[in-house]
Design a protein around this ligand. Structure first.
Ligand SMILES: Nc1ncnc2c1ncn2[C@@H]1O[C@H](COP(=O)(O)OP(=O)(O)OP(=O)(O)O)[C@@H](O)[C@H]1O
Length: 259
């Protein structure tokens, strides 16, 4: 299995503090007996801090399951997940929730903002829930970089889709998470707006030393990443470093055909 220079190393991951996220022999099986589905099948990988990784694969290949297990939203059937050096295996639900709030950022296709709260209140929500406080300079930097300074008193319904997604990214970044997980973050946006959002995610990695893991079906979106992981039937079957959209699309076509 090839290795990414800058981002992802597959195979047995190091225990080093340079890993923002680590999966060791992680499997996830839904259901039992004859109806059981193995959504993730013995996945081992480490994601280095300060990198941007795209996860691709045919429908049903396990991308969302991977994201949910890596982010501590779902527990694997076997294997171990680490986030920022902390093993999730021994945590009870309360501690897991705390860890997710403080160490993980999420961005979804459908933005998932609170409609009754202002932009500012949405961005401050993770800290309100955890009872903590945003670091002032970082919060200001996030808001400025995402171009939200003059939108803070608006409500999500008064914003365009691209603006709403920028609020969601600001909310995800404000806790300075170990990893920002994004599930099809540009799926509901037009091409130009999608490019702006992808450039902002790229900037969060390059300029703010953040770590981004993004599930996408779109080869152009994946080309913004340092590396791409390809999943088929719950297994990582290939990885590429710094590929262009054409190479990614060609690799995806061969994955789809294989099924
Ligand atoms: N809660 C569940 N119960 C049973 N099976 C599930 C559940 N969630 C996912 N699966 C199955 O696990 C497999 C992987 O699903 P997953 O949603 O991770 O794939 P995906 O690559 O994200 O798909 P898509 O691109 O269509 O969103 C599929 O066969 C799916 O039907």
């Amino acid at each position: 299995m090839s290795l990414f220079n800058r981002s992802v190393r597959t195979g047995r991951a190091s225990t080093g503090a340079d890993l923002a996220s680590r999966l060791d022999a992680v499997s996830k099986v839904y259901g039992r007996g004859a109806g059981a589905v193995t959504a993730l099948d013995d996945v081992t990988l480490g994601i280095h801090r300060g990198t941007f990784t795209a996860v691709m694969g045919p429908s049903g290949s396990g991308k969302s399951t991977f994201l949910h297990c890596a982010a501590g939203l779902d527990r694997p059937t076997s294997g171990e997940v680490h986030l920022g050096g902390v093993s999730l295996a021994g945590l009870n639900e309360v501690r897991l929730t705390e860890l997710r709030r403080s160490r993980v950022g999420f961005v979804f296709q459908s933005f998932n903002l609170m409609p009754s709260l202002t932009v500012e209140q949405n961005i401050d929500l993770p800290h309100r829930l955890s009872g903590g406080r945003a670091e002032h300079g970082w919060r200001r930097e996030v808001i400025e970089r995402l171009g939200l300074s003059d939108r803070l008193r608006h409500r999500p319904g008064q914003l365009s889709g691209g603006q709403q997604q920028r609020v969601a990214i600001a909310r995800a970044l404000v806790t300075r998470p170990d990893v920002l997980f994004a599930d099809e973050p540009t799926g509901a946006l037009d091409v130009r707006t999608a490019q702006q959002i992808l450039a902002l995610l790229r900037g969060a990695v390059d300029d703010m030393e953040q770590t981004v893991v993004m599930v996408t079906h779109d080869p152009v979106a994946a080309s913004y990443a340092d590396g791409v992981l390809f999943l088929t039937d719950g297994r990582i079957v290939d990885s590429m470093t710094g590929p262009g959209a054409d190479r990614i699309a060609e690799r995806m076509t061969r994955l789809e055909v294989r099924r």
